[in-house]
Design a protein around this ligand. Structure first.
Ligand code: ATP
Length: 235
């Protein structure tokens, strides 16, 4: 579904990504594990068109999307839920969600159906729909951020560190919801520092260090890898 071939990214003279080769098959939930500053968000921003690669190719469903504008990439079926949520805190929950469906704005019935679906997935958001997004708890705000991305009806959802700053019980529920979103047909690329929880739900994973992918494999293989256990699983 998505294939990055030898993708490199520079911020000025600093090379943030070195020849990244990564793929996601239809229906997969793939995790990207790495420390702060390793390059996870840069991979996401490159896929969603916010950062232009210095070299390499990005293919999505048979099309070369490298150089496409972010809105065109959303229309093609990739939506990003950014690190730190980036909600419009003073706007209501429902208005945040409607903005997520911007590419479908001409089809009011479609937007209404998607909203209904989001409120089924996250019932608490229905109760809070008219409240300012900023008045919600951290976990609820993360739900709004995920639901807002889903309003674009993506084939591929990019989730950048959704568990950051959340209480353990909330994280557990969040990961179950992500697994459910994937089971219902949306492919997911999930960047995480919470390796243990992410490897429980992912099919495959990649490890990124200093802008380079250093390891890839099934979740089972990564869980049993000595280096992964030492560096990411606290073994
Ligand atoms: P975190 O979990 O802290 O967000 P990350 O793995 O997502 O980390 P990135 O945000 O992709 O890492 O950053 C990768 C590297 O690129 C870091 O060294 C970072 O300082 C640098 N970087 C990120 N954005 C920029 C930018 N706009 N200009 C210059 N350097 C940047």
């Amino acid at each position: 579904m998505l294939k990055l071939v030898d993708v490199s990214v520079r911020y000025g003279s600093f090379k943030a990504l070195h020849s990244i080769n990564l793929e996601i098959n239809e229906g997969e939930l793939v995790v990207l594990l790495g420390a702060n500053g390793a390059g996870k968000s840069t991979i996401f921003r490159t896929i969603s068109g916010l950062v232009k690669p210095a070299s390499g190719e990005l293919h999505f469903n048979g099309k070369e999307i490298g150089g496409w504008s972010p809105d065109r990439i959303v229309k093609a079926g990739i939506a990003q839920c950014p690190e730190g949520r980036k909600l419009f805190l003073e706007m209501s929950v429902v208005k945040n969600l409607i903005l997520g469906g911007f590419v479908h704005r001409k089809d009011k019935a479609e937007i209404a159906r998607s909203l209904q679906h989001m409120f089924e997935l996250f019932p608490i958001l229905y109760e809070k729909k008219d409240q300012a997004a900023g008045s919600l708890s951290g976990g609820q705000q993360q739900m709004v951020a995920i639901a807002r991305a889903l309003m674009a009806k993506p084939k591929l959802l990019l989730l950048d560190e959704p568990s950051i700053g959340l209480a353990p019980l909330v994280v557990e529920q969040m990961f179950q919801t992500i697994a459910e979103i994937n089971r219902s047909g949306t492919s997911v690329l999930l960047a995480e520092q919470n390796a243990y929880a992410a490897l429980q739900i992912a099919h495959r994973g990649y490890i990124i260090e200093n802008g380079r992918l250093v390891l890839e494999g099934s979740s089972g293989r990564l869980r049993n890898n000595e280096e992964v256990r030492r560096a990411y699983l606290g073994a």
